[in-house]
Design a protein around this ligand. Structure first.
Ligand SMILES: NC(=O)c1ccc[n+]([C@@H]2O[C@H](COP(=O)([O-])OP(=O)(O)OC[C@H]3O[C@@H](n4cnc5c(N)ncnc54)[C@H](O)[C@@H]3O)[C@@H](O)[C@H]2O)c1
Length: 347
């Protein structure tokens, strides 16, 4: 019989890839997403049943929970640092508190597998040693703090009948039906294409591990079947070979895209996040077929071909079409204009 998996936040940048990967692996996918950031997608062909609403409203919805899911994947999020800085309370609520509500609901209903999209940004500003899962964390931003809050609470509620897996993902990159350009590599490639310049808005020294969205999908597929006697797993997901200092990542893009220049703003303040991450645990516990396949060259090729095919404006960094924070602000102001309550506007 097909497994049934509910993906909360399934229409975003990562979610739209996950839906397809699960579907093609013979999983019946159910989705919840108010679709805040999409330009034109409200469902996709891979989802058996879609609810286009805020999970906070659906927490006790009978129809959602009458299905016998084998696992729930929680991707819903206010999904980066700038949004977290502007919308702190909602970040805590969606990324943290309602993740725990979802997990408690699963436990109550006997759904015994919960997969949470956490982040390597929880390592914050770390020294040069690659961080392991049990090493000290240093969540600086609201976004990172919300992820750690969720991880800690998940640990408390796990028991022999309820298992949680927290995937601490590296920074995502890659093409997606719901592309976002507020991610470092996607931004560099787009800037190189539309402005002939890659501009690094720091001195470029921070270390950043990356992962292609397709490889994030593989790890979720792995997590659905993974069995662990401990019932609570935190694992870094990414690869050493896709870990770069920002300036070297920028150089790679410049080498790839003909005629493009590199501008490093050495006078700008250093980035408050820099971390190397140890990915050996994932490579140990996940079968090779689930290990990341993309390196920087393949990822650049993939993003560049999507970006070239789109009509992206020169000032894409101020466009709500590509930048999550801008889209959220636009949604809120439209909601105010129409005297409606946009659910995020409560801080
Ligand atoms: N993109 C990255 O670099 C990265 C890295 C590490 C971890 N993650 C995590 O992976 C997950 C997916 O990231 P993404 O890049 O696809 O982000 P995204 O912003 O593209 O997608 C998030 C999706 O969640 C939905 N959502 C938000 N609040 C919701 C709610 N209350 N109920 C239901 N749906 C809701 C949004 O509509 C959106 O479609 C997030 O949890 C993010 O923190 C992402």
């Amino acid at each position: 019989m097909k497994k049934k998996v509910l993906v909360v936040g399934n229409l975003g940048y990562v979610g739209s890839i996950i839906d397809k990967i699960l579907f093609t692996n013979n999983i019946e996918v159910y989705g919840i997403d108010p679709n805040w950031f999409s330009n034109d997608i409200s469902e996709n062909d891979y989802v058996y049943r879609q609810w286009n609403d805020d999970f906070r409203k659906l927490l006790h919805n009978k129809e959602v929970w009458e299905i016998n899911y084998d696992a729930v994947v929680y991707l819903a999020a206010v999904s980066n640092d700038p949004m977290g800085a502007n919308f702190a309370q909602v970040t805590r609520e969606i990324n943290g508190e309602f993740c725990i509500e979802a997990a408690k609901k699963c436990k109550e209903l006997g759904i015994n597998k919960f997969i949470f999209a956490s982040s390597c940004s929880t390592y914050g500003l770390a020294d040069n040693n690659a961080r392991k899962e049990n090493d000290e964390i240093n969540p600086i931003t609201e976004y990172a703090k919300s992820k750690i809050f969720a991880e800690m609470k998940l640990k408390e509620i796990c028991d022999e009948n309820f298992e949680a897996i927290c995937l601490r993902f590296a920074t995502a990159c890659g093409s997606s039906p719901n592309l976002r350009l507020d991610l470092v590599l996607n931004d560099f490639i787009t800037a190189a294409h539309v402005n002939n310049t890659v501009e690094v808005l720091s001195d470029g020294t921070p270390w950043r591990p990356l992962i292609h969205v397709q490889d994030m999908g593989l790890s979720i597929l792995w997590a659905i079947d993974y069995q662990n006697n401990n019932k609570f797993t935190v694992v870094n997901v990414g690869s050493e070979k896709f870990t770069y200092q920002i300036k070297d990542l920028a150089k790679k893009v410049v080498e790839f895209i003909p005629g493009c220049k590199l501008k490093i703003s050495s006078d700008k303040p250093a980035d408050s996040r820099s971390y190397k991450v140890d990915f050996s645990l994932y490579h140990e516990i996940a079968d090779k077929k689930f290990h990341p396949k993309y390196d920087v060259d393949r990822a650049i090729e993939d993003i560049y071909s999507q970006v070239k095919a789109l009509n992206i404006e020169k000032d894409f960094r101020s466009s709500s079409k590509w930048i999550r924070l801008k889209k959220l602000q636009e949604n809120i102001s439209k909601s105010k204009m129409n005297n409606q309550l946009f659910w995020i506007n409560n801080n």
